[in-house]
Design a protein around this ligand. Structure first.
Ligand SMILES: *Cc1c(COP(=O)(O)O)cnc(C)c1O
Length: 398
């Protein structure tokens, strides 16, 4: 008799985005004349930059020619891309070797798959509110989860207390709150992890949105982090690769765990074993596109797109400031996490905006218990619609 992994029965059905879609659909049916503006999406809207598509076109031609065709590539990614990523880290003073960089089809897969390396008996520490992937992938393996409150009191940047955690998820700049840890705060986390022989899983999917040079773009900017942290990065939000799919994960050689018989195991070797067994690499064409992101011209072009989104974030932030509504994010992050005005609940505020001004956001309650009473707006829309939405928003709430 085949048996399912019953841990899957512990997953909570996620109704967030289907609930939103249902309510928006009902509203559109009732008010066909209204133009609905969507500010809830976590997807980018600007196309790939020219430098990237040119590189991909060239790679397509190579694949169509007998002399330059390529079949299976290295599971860990081609050296040309791994080297480009190493140079990208170089500019912030983080020295890595190509062997520490694993190219992937995106951060979501790696963040989920990394759980393969850890025993079921680990206790996992996860901030709340949170990107739901951290929670669900650990529930699938039947691990115990301890939640750490991110709230107004700690500026949505929780610090370690006396939790007995073995694996710690941190996301900075954060989705959904837009909050960013300082170097000093990350140092406290790194020291905590080293003391406990714990591992930090650091999600840096939004590092490219950081403008304040005092803020760390990588956890490896913190002394000791190579001994306790794995970092996940993605070209999805940075370079518009949400549909193209490419990311990378850094597993430093210094990250070593001791097993029950006293043997020391390098996590880099373990992840390499995992990837070579279960993954066959990212398409050559995509990796050439990704390489172009790290070229001088590519960086210039993607930075222009990020600046475009940043202008939207500024429009949203300025509107909230004028209205005296407290929020985090929007400066070093594409997300704005606002407190619902007049003590409204997340869903109550969602309906209020939809009914009155046809603007859609994401109810904070969908990201965890501490999200109730909060609301997430994103800057990934067009400048025109963002400005229009914020004009309506201001007139409604002034
Ligand atoms: C969007 C996002 C990612 C990136 O996922 P991809 O699979 O690379 O598209 C990772 N982490 C967080 C928190 C995100 O919001």
């Amino acid at each position: 008799m085949a048996r399912i992994n019953e841990n899957y029965l512990n997953l909570m059905e996620s109704y967030l985005f289907s609930d939103i879609a249902k309510r928006v659909h009902a509203f559109c049916k009732q008010h066909p004349e209204q133009e609905v503006i969507r500010m809830g999406i976590g997807d980018v809207t600007l196309p790939l930059v020219p430098r990237v598509t040119e590189a991909m076109h060239r790679a397509v031609d190579e694949m169509g020619s007998k002399d330059t065709f390529r079949g299976y590539g290295p599971e860990q990614g081609y050296d040309f891309l791994r080297e480009a990523i190493v140079s990208y880290y170089d500019r912030i003073g983080v020295g890595l070797t190509a062997g520490e960089v694993f190219v992937s089809d995106g951060a979501k897969s790696d963040v989920g798959n990394i759980t393969d390396l850890f025993g079921r008996e680990n206790t996992v520490l996860i901030p709340d509110p949170v990107y739901p992937v951290y929670v669900d992938t650990n529930l699938m393996n039947g691990r115990k989860i301890v939640y750490l409150d991110a709230n107004e009191q700690n500026g949505f940047l929780p610090m370690p207390g006396d939790e007995q955690a073995d694996i710690i998820y941190l996301c900075s700049p954060n989705n959904p709150t837009g909050a960013v840890y300082t170097r000093e705060q990350l140092k406290v986390w790194v020291d905590y992890a080293i003391r406990r022989h714990a591992v930090i899983l650091f999600d840096a999917a939004y590092e490219a949105f950081i403008t304040d040079d005092r803020l760390p773009r990588s956890i490896y900017e913190i002394e000791g982090a190579k001994r306790c942290a794995i970092e996940f990065c993605s070209l999805s939000k940075t370079a518009g690769f949400t549909g193209t799919r490419c990311g990378y994960t850094v597993v430093p050689m210094e990250l070593v765990l001791t097993v029950s018989d006293g043997q020391e195991i390098t996590l880099n070797k373990l992840w390499n074993r995992r990837q070579t067994t279960k993954f066959n690499g990212v398409p050559y064409i995509i990796q050439r596109g990704a390489e172009a992101v790290f070229s001088e011209e590519g960086q210039k072009q993607i930075r222009e797109n990020i600046a475009y989104y940043r202008a939207n974030a500024k429009t949203i932030g300025n509107t909230l400031t004028k209205l005296g509504i407290p929020f985090t994010g929007g400066v070093n992050s594409p997300y704005i996490w606002m407190k619902c005005p007049n003590g409204m609940g997340s869903w109550e505020f969602f309906d209020f905006l939809l009914e009155n001004i046809a603007v859609v956001g994401t109810p904070g309650a969908g990201f965890g218990r501490n999200g109730e009473g909060y609301f997430r707006l994103t800057s990934f829309g067009s400048i025109d619609t963002t400005e229009e939405a914020m004009t309506r928003f201001f007139n409604l709430l002034k």
